[in-house]
Design a protein around this ligand. Sequence first.
Ligand code: IPE
Ligand code: IPE
Ligand code: MG
Length: 247
Amino acid sequence: MALDALLEEVRNGDLPTHVGIIMDGNGRWAKARGLSRLEGHRQGALTAERIVRFVVKERLFPYLTLFAFSTENWARPRHEVDGLFALLESFLREKTEEFIDSGIRLLVVGDHRPLPEGLRAVIEEIEKKTANNETLTLAIALNFGGRWAILRAAKDLLRAARSIALGPEEVGEELFRAYLPTGSLPDMDFLIRTGGRLRISNFLLWELAYTELYFTDTLWPDFDEEALLYALKDFQRRERSFGKVKG
Ligand code: IPE
Ligand code: IPE
Ligand code: MG
């Protein structure tokens, strides 16, 4: 189907508000071509850029969260980790103006502290400069782990409880959720994982409670506008009952 016709079809159905993507498969994409894993990540960054531009241009949904680096990815060879951070830093530097002009609000969720100085600086700068943008909130999960996020929320809540005399019975889901690094984002409606693995790999845990999951074998560097639209069409066929009986 031509892209325009597909887009038209997708527009006629209900679209999600918040989409997440586990961008997996860069290494395998590179290996299949005899290239270095970093070359795969470079191609993956281009795919991310392309998808973000498309979502903004077509105003498909207002929240997109991309999983870029997990708390477990530190276990990769040093040169791959350094290369990934260098790539992210230059990607963000290059994109600053475009983010500002196209109405993207950038948010980096994850533990910033162990990241290289230069990367932290550019993140802070873009977050500040784009804080009032409204077209698309782009959350990049960087040095993020679902367990880290829940643990951090619990610790922050314990600290707050001490100073504001908050009892355990007063802690409800809504309050706890506000302490998560994703506290300012709406629930995730749809999660796409590329690269064929059928797992969450310590991405969002609390937030995925009622998210529709979509797995595709397509490797992230091969994912494109058409693949995103087909995924959204699949989302539109789902019946979301949230535990209730459809009456
Ligand atoms: C995902 O691609 C990107 C990151 C984890 C940064 P991979 O690097 O995991 O690619 P595969 O899974 O080895 O193909
Ligand atoms: C998940 O991919 C993390 C990101 C895409 C950033 P991994 O390649 O790290 O996950 P596993 O190792 O297959 O579970
Ligand atoms: Mg992988």
